[in-house]
Design a protein around this ligand. Sequence first.
Ligand code: NAD
Ligand code: UD2
Length: 310
Amino acid sequence: MSDAPVLITGGAGFIGSHVVEALLVQGQSVRVLDNFSTGKRSNLKPHPQLEVLEGNVADAAQVERAVKGCCAVIHLAAVASVQASVDDPLGTHQSNFLGTLNLCEAMRKQGVQRVLFASSAAVYGPNGEGVAVAEDTPKAPLTPYAVDKLASEYYLDFYRRQHGFQPVIFRLFNIYGPRQDPSSPYSGVISIFIERTHRQQPIWVFGDGEQTRDFVYVEDLVQLLIQGLQQAQPTHLPVNVGLGRSTTLNQLLAHIAKTSGTVLPSVTHKEARSGDIRHSRADNQRLQEHYQLPGVTSLDEGLSRTLASV
Ligand code: NAD
Ligand code: UD2
C-alpha cells in the first residue's frame, strides 16, 4: 500500500462506495471524485484517510486536480443507465467517454500509470447469447453507453502502448448488493425486486421470467478490484467479471422469498422488453487465470445481506 491516495471516480456510487470502504479498512488513503448525480454523500462515512471532491470527470481541470498526487485510479464514474444514454447520447458521452479521456490525459501529465476501469458486458450486445461469453466474442456495442465503454477501453489501451499505462479493464456482468439504487425502472433487477418485497409493492417480470443473468455480489467484485490494484503485472487484456453461473428471474424470486422469510408481493408478467437479452453469462476463464477468485458469495448470502440493508 502506498501513502499516496488512490483516486476513485464515482466513489459515492453503489460499487464505488464499497471499494472506498474496503480500501480504507486496508489502511489505504482514498480520494473520491464524484458529481453526486446518482452517488450519495451518505454512502461515504467520514474517515481521516478519505478526501471527497465534488466535481465532474468531464471537466479536465477538475480531473487534473483530483489525479494530482495519487498513486492509482479506479475509474467508476459514469452514467450507468443504458436507457439514459439512449435518451441523451451527447450528455452521457461527456461522463462516459470524455471523462475517461480527461483521466488519461491527467494521468499522463502526472505520471500515474495504474488505472482500473469498469467496462460492461454491454460491449458484446447480443453476441454470444445463450453461451458463456468469452472476451474475444465479437463486440456489438448497440447503445451509446456500450460504444462509450468500448471506446474507453480502446483509449486506455492506446495510453498503455504509447505512454506505459497499466490499465486493468473489467467487463462487469450483473453486479448487485447493498446501496444499489432501485429508483429507476432500468435499475438492477435485484435492487428493484428487493425494494418491492421490502415495501410489499407489486413486482413486474418482463417476459416469462426464464431469462438468465450471471449475478455477482458487489463485495466479490471489490476483492477483484483490489487485486487489480495490487498485482505487480496485471494483464492488460479485458477480463470478464462474472461467475459463469446462470440464474433465472423465477429462481431469483424464489431465493428472495426464501431469504426474506416473507410472502412475495404480487408478481405480474408483462411483455418482454424490446432488445432484452435472454441469456447472459460470462466465460470467466481469463478471470480465473489472472485473479484469485474470492470465496464466492452465494446468491442466498448476497440477497440476505442486501435485504438487511433496506
Ligand atoms: P452508480 O450510478 O451507483 O455509480 C456511478 C457514480 O458515478 C455515481 O456516484 C455518480 O454520481 C458518479 N458520476 C456519474 N457521472 C459523473 C461525472 N460526470 N463526474 C463525476 N462523477 C460522476 O453506478 P454503479 O452501478 O456503481 O456503476 C459504477 C461503474 O460500473 C459505472 O461505470 C458503470 O457503468 C459500471 N458498471 C456497472 C454495472 C452494474 O451491474 N452495476 C455493470 C456494468 C458496468
Ligand atoms: C445489464 C445492465 C445494463 C447493460 C446490460 C448489458 C444493470 C442494471 N443493467 O442489463 O446496464 O450493461 O446488462 O447486457 O446492470 N427485469 C424485470 N423486472 C424489473 C426489472 C428488470 O423483469 O422490474 C428484467 C429485465 O427485463 C431483464 C432482467 O430483469 O430481463 C435483468 O435486468 P437488469 O436491468 O437488471 O439487467 P440487464 O442484464 O438487462
